[in-house]
Design a protein around this ligand. Structure first.
Ligand code: PEP
Ligand code: MN
Length: 263
């Protein structure tokens, strides 16, 4: 069902009044984790200023260590909803458990399935039964074929509003947190009819190469990019090393508008 052979026309994912995959590239930005209402509001204000319609923020965090901040849970989703409504933004937030899907749809506009859950088949099947759009991230060790089958799990349950997100894969290279598989972008665009987003933050894990990476993703045919933004990255409760601050985010976004790749 996700194959171009089955469906030649591009799928346009509709999120309220926003569209993804209609030829106008978009951006998803926001903190790694929802930490407080004030934190989310500061970022949301900047998104509004820059014309970025999608606010991200994790409320359920799949952390490597069980002793690290696990997220605010439902309280975090409430904060996102409240602030997003103040600014007319759409929310993208990760859900990690099939049991949380039904209440999550009350709060979020797009359900994110994280890299660590790309092959959590019960979760995939569950999000396939709702009508809320889904952003499916590629597993860190998943092949493109496995990634496409994961999307098939969702679509085969009835939910066709799926976006694919390349977020880097594990290789021996240590200069970046993950290795951005840029070839995956045109391959996924060719093999599937679903919108493709590139997460420039988790794929690189570094702030100094975000602009060229964002440009290359959009030039390769991505329908949008995702970036992590925090008012004060140094004190962030997760991913403190890779998030950019608000002036850096505004500079990046402006440079992409100026390049004509984001519009
Ligand atoms: C995220 O986007 O919040 C995240 C945890 O990323 P990933 O699942 O790609 O590691
Ligand atoms: Mn993160």
């Amino acid at each position: 069902l996700v194959s171009r052979k089955e469906h030649t026309e591009d799928t346009v994912v509709k999120v309220g009044g926003e569209e993804v995959g209609n030829g106008h590239n978009m951006m998803i930005a926001g903190p790694c984790s929802v930490e407080s209402e004030e934190q989310v509001r500061e970022v949301a204000k900047s998104l509004k200023r820059m014309g970025v319609p999608f606010l991200r923020g994790g409320a359920f965090k799949p952390r490597t260590s069980p002793y690290d901040f696990q997220g605010l849970g439902e309280k975090g989703l409430k904060i996102l909803r409240k602030v997003a409504d103040e600014f007319g933004l759409k929310i993208v937030s990760e859900i990690v458990s099939p049991e949380h899907v039904s209440f999550a749809t009350d709060y979020v506009d797009v359900i994110q399935i994280g890299a660590r859950n790309m092959q959590n088949f019960e979760l995939l099947k569950r999000v396939g039964t709702v009508s809320t759009p889904v952003l499916l991230k590629r597993g860190m060790s998943a092949t493109i074929e496995e990634f496409m089958f994961a999307a098939e799990y969702i679509v085969s349950q009835g939910n066709r509003q799926v976006m694919l997100c390349e977020r880097g894969i594990r290789t021996y290279e240590k200069a970046t947190r993950n290795t951005l598989d840029i070839s995956a972008v045109p391959i996924l665009k060719q093999e599937t009819h679903l919108p493709v987003i590139v997460d420039i933050t988790h794929s690189t894990g570094r702030r100094d190469i975000l602009l060229p990476i964002a440009k290359s993703a959009l030039a390769a045919g991505a329908d949008g990019i995702m970036v992590e933004v925090h008012p004060e990255p140094a004190v962030a409760l997760s991913d403190a090393k890779q998030q950019i601050n608000i002036p850096q985010f505004e500079q990046l976004t402006q440079a992409l508008y100026d390049s004509g790749l984001l519009h």
